[in-house]
Design a protein around this ligand. Sequence first.
Ligand code: FRU
Length: 532
Amino acid sequence: MILFRTPFLVAFLIVLHLTSCKKLDSYSERMNQFKMDELHHRPLFHFTPEKNWMNDPNGMFFYKGVYHLYFQHNPDANVWGPMHWGHATSKDLKHWEEHEIALFPDELGTIFSGSAVVDHKNTSKLGTLENPPIVAIYTNHNSQKAKKGNAIDFQNQSIAYSTDEGYSWTKYERNPVLKNPGIIDFRDPKVFWHEGSQKWIMSLAAGQEIQYFESQNLLSWSYLSSFGQGIGNHDGVWECPDLFPLPVNGTQARKWVQLVSINPGGPNGGSATQYFIGDFDGTQFIVDSEFQKAMEKKHSYWIDFGKDNYAGVTFSNWSNKANGVLYLGWMSNWEYANKVPTTKWRSAMTLPRELELIQNQDGFRLHSKAPSDWDKYTVKTLEKETFSQQKETRLIEKGAIDLSTAQIKLNLVDLEEKKYTFILENSRGEKLSFGLNEKAHQFFIDRSQAGETSFSETFSRKPSIAPRTKKATSLQIQFILDKMSLEVFFDQGETVMTEIFFTHAPFETLSLKTDANTVKIENLLIRELGKK
Ligand code: FRU
């Protein structure tokens, strides 16, 4: 009997062995991938969740020296799913600490994007004047209703409040505070206190427009007006609006900026954020007539032309001396966000940027200022005097600087109508190129050879481009590398390009290639950055 059974037993043991080997294989593959995620992809200075999925930044506010960032989060998987608000804080916007989940789905739905304000005057009566409540306004997305197919009112606006400076939250018992009037995409409330009319204003994405609502107490809202029909880009869904004033050229004069994220329809495909400049009187946003004319000629204005800066909005309760605003976006694109090759966690935020409004002979333009004050995190610095060379110049030799996390600034002067390409390269021959094609008046990034690209057809099908609007024979460039990301600020942040990449080893060299006769570089400053 035993003998008869032996071949079966042996076969069974072989199968068992093979499956456990397979399991071990996939286990070790996973472990290798985890190591790769942590070593080569997890940024040092950009927020990433410890585990699993993240998309839009939500509810950002600054209070008592602490920056709070909430984020669209699926804590149970590394792909988009039932949305929660994750939470992280930072004191320097360079390092983030992740906390407990702030908001969980409830009977009204999952927790989509929204904002948070410090209710200094306790208008909501949810706190006290001495300890003002932080009030979060978000979209409840009822996915059961949405799945049924015939409902259109499954997104409603609700609030939650915190009386311990944003660390724990209570949902308001009479949610929702703003009911859906029958619009499929009715979401992403961004609220601010309007000094001029002493009331709260909400901008909300509502189908193909932005709707404005007012409130005295954050608890009951009335419709004011709409903006957006027939203006700007409408090639995708309108999402994540933000409305705020900015001084013009740093003077007393000011204009209002309306941000609108759109997906798809971005200038290089997929998700991107357009902006409009105009005036807001407490009731209506009206686009500046010059800006509108310029827009008709040039199409839309984009806060970032790279493929990876989406759903960005500004921090509440924050202002600098120049009355600027602080902005941060999600560093991915819906075209491939669910497929990027990290496993333990998915997605990072962009670095925070201060926004400024400049008006010149070409009209208004939003500038993004790259984060400065890296001194504390600088491990090594290289500076080079002005020099000129030909065809190909090595700016950083192998072994000189660890380029996985670095900030680099330089000026290109005496530009000719030629192409200037910066090339970052590693020992595996992986390359990331970007620069200026002055002949075509275009900036570009090409990540087609920068490591893993096969997870998506559109990730690197063609280089991303951005028009150079400034007419000048010199160019100031600043770029920041942080493991998996390149953020380039051209012309003092007049044009920004943010893109992610997935190399298998850090970049070791930086070169500049050109078909110009000579190339002059001034004030080259290279900082290797690290945690200190
Ligand atoms: C933008 C967005 C928002 C929505 C959220 C859902 O990326 O689609 O409109 O609230 O993501 O996660």
